[in-house]
Design a protein around this ligand. Structure first.
Ligand code: FAD
Length: 479
């Protein structure tokens, strides 16, 4: 069915392009666009339906080899796969994504509120989220006219007390310079704009306008997956168990000069328990909060020298609640709000339903054993009712708990090549911002792999090197 569809598309598109370009090329001085069409015409001749059919057949078998293996089919791994094929097309390197749980029951995307903001302190994070909004706004052109992630540009509001004013002002300058559309509001302006807000202990707020809000993370994941699949990525339901290493000795003038242990083979377990091996040229570790565990299978963090440095990610529990406010409540006039207390909330539709969560501050994190309901009643409810008096009588409609990939080194993502294994790349540790940044992260890794360096947003500072030289790069706006 799929190959039939592709054959139809191919025939239709190539006929039109070949026809148009041959008419246009008869003119003497060729416009650059016409020249491109002519080249495209020649390429399409090579891309025969039988070539596509062979590719489709190969996709359904378990491969013994892939050029690029991605571990983790969450939003970030899928985005990496999408961008590699987007940049290279059907004839690019083969890409295989291994995902152990296609229901994503424990992945962070399941918990994500889909918030999108440019309110960060590091330029890289602001730029990635700006690209995130640009990507969401171009979905229909990129995928198809039905593509939609329900982006709601209802704004993002950060509230700070006296201590937070200076960092908010400093960050605002960076954000504005880079193209964010944020405004600062003082106590009075906040009260005028958001009558539902208790501003007693609030000094200032930063409100993101058209480029901030929220969207549906599941829809983004599915669109990226469909896009990557259409471009020839193979998604396999399997769990990475181990890597196979091999030693190479470098002998120069008869003397052993050096030894290198490389990895280019992975062992995976299929859903029926069978174990299979797959060789790869490049492997991208994008396994969310399990990336550190997987890195250890490649001796990262347990070996010597450069291999002694671990990936500083650990699991942190997070709860998210869907609550209902039966009385009068803020409804449409409520942006995604992040309070100085660590509580964040946003409306869910217009019928009095809201999402609420809480991020403890750095150093104050406690892995409590209390239930989701107890956590809400003891830690969240009293602060929330103080901030939004209308929220005094909320009912929990549903709640979910899961783990968040927390970078205990500097609360920022780790992106790029491993310094020892030139063929292992990381894309993990993006805490509470990974969904909105997934398009930029995937594109960045694709550039590194295919072009050898970042071409669009320079994300070099997010690389592994900062762990080697012990220079944390703190993101003050991490939730
Ligand atoms: C409570 C909460 C709220 C959040 N809110 C936001 C928000 O508002 N905005 C935002 O941008 N971000 C938010 N995030 C962050 C965002 O959800 C994550 O950064 C993002 O989902 C990470 O994507 P990922 O692909 O790296 O990880 P995941 O989605 O966790 O995917 C990793 C995948 O790897 C797979 N895997 C693991 N081990 C193996 C293995 N051995 N073999 C094969 N597969 C494996 C897992 O099954 C999983 O599907 C939030 C996160 C939490 C927890």
């Amino acid at each position: 069915m799929l190959s039939k569809h592709i054959r139809f598309l191919y025939n239709d598109m190539s006929k039109r392009l070949i026809h148009n370009s041959s008419i246009l090329c008869k003119k003497k001085r060729m416009h650059p666009v016409l020249r491109t069409l002519k080249i495209l015409k020649d390429d399409l001749k090579n891309l025969s339906p039988s070539f596509i059919e062979t590719e489709m057949k190969a996709l359904s078998a378990f491969p013994s080899h892939t050029d690029i293996l991605v571990i983790g089919g969450g939003v970030i791994g899928t985005s990496v796969a999408y961008w590699i094929r987007e940049k290279t097309g059907l004839k690019g390197p083969s890409v295989t994504v291994i995902e152990k749980d296609p229901t994503f029951s424990k992945s962070s995307a399941a918990l994500s509120m889909g918030g999108l903001r440019q309110q960060f302190s590091l330029p890289e994070n602001v730029q990635m989220s700006l690209f995130g909004v640009e990507f969401l706004r171009s979905l229909k052109d990129r995928f198809d006219s039905d593509a939609d992630v329900c982006f709601t540009p209802n704004g993002y509001l950060t509230l700070v007390g006296e201590d937070g004013v200076q960092p908010l002002l400093d960050n605002h300058i960076i954000q504005k310079e880079l193209g964010a559309l944020n405004i600062l509001l003082n106590k009075t302006e906040l009260k005028q704009r958001f009558s539902w807000l208790n501003t007693d202990d609030i000094e200032m707020g930063c409100l993101g306008l058209a480029k901030e809000g929220w969207f549906d993370p599941w829809s983004l994941l599915n669109l990226l997956k469909k896009g990557a699949t259409d471009l020839g990525t193979r998604f396999i339901h399997a769990e990475l168990l181990d890597f196979v290493s091999h030693d190479t000795e470098f002998i120069i003038s008869g003397e052993k000069e050096a030894e290198y242990t490389g990895i280019n083979e992975a062992i995976v377990r299929m859903p029926n328990g069978e174990e299979k091996s797959i060789e790869f040229a490049i492997c991208v570790l994008a396994a969310g909060n399990e990336t550190n565990v997987i890195a250890k299978k490649a001796n990262i963090g347990t070996g010597k020298g450069l291999l002694s440095i671990p990936i500083p990610l650990e699991l942190r529990n997070r709860y998210v609640y869907n609550v209902v406010c039966e009385g009068e409540s803020p409804r449409i006039n409520m942006p995604m709000t992040f309070d100085q207390s660590g509580i964040y909330f946003r409306r869910n539709g217009l019928g009095g339903s809201y999402f609420v969560g809480m991020s403890p501050f750095v150093g104050e994190e406690s892995q409590t054993n209390i239930t989701e309901k107890e956590f809400f009643n003891e830690a969240i409810s009293p602060i929330l009712a103080e901030r939004v008096p209308a929220f005094k009588s909320l009912k929990i409609h549903s709640s979910s708990s899961g783990c968040y990939e927390y970078n205990y080194f500097d609360q920022n993502g780790i992106l790029g090549q491993h310094p020892y294994y030139g063929n292992i790349y990381f894309a993990a540790g993006f805490s509470g911002q990974g969904i909105q940044q997934a398009p930029a992260l995937g594109r960045g890794i694709a550039e590194l792999i295919l072009d050898g360096k970042y071409q669009t947003i320079d994300l070099t500072r997010l690389g592994f090197d900062r762990l080697i030289v012990d220079k944390p790069m703190y993101e003050l706006g991490t939730l």
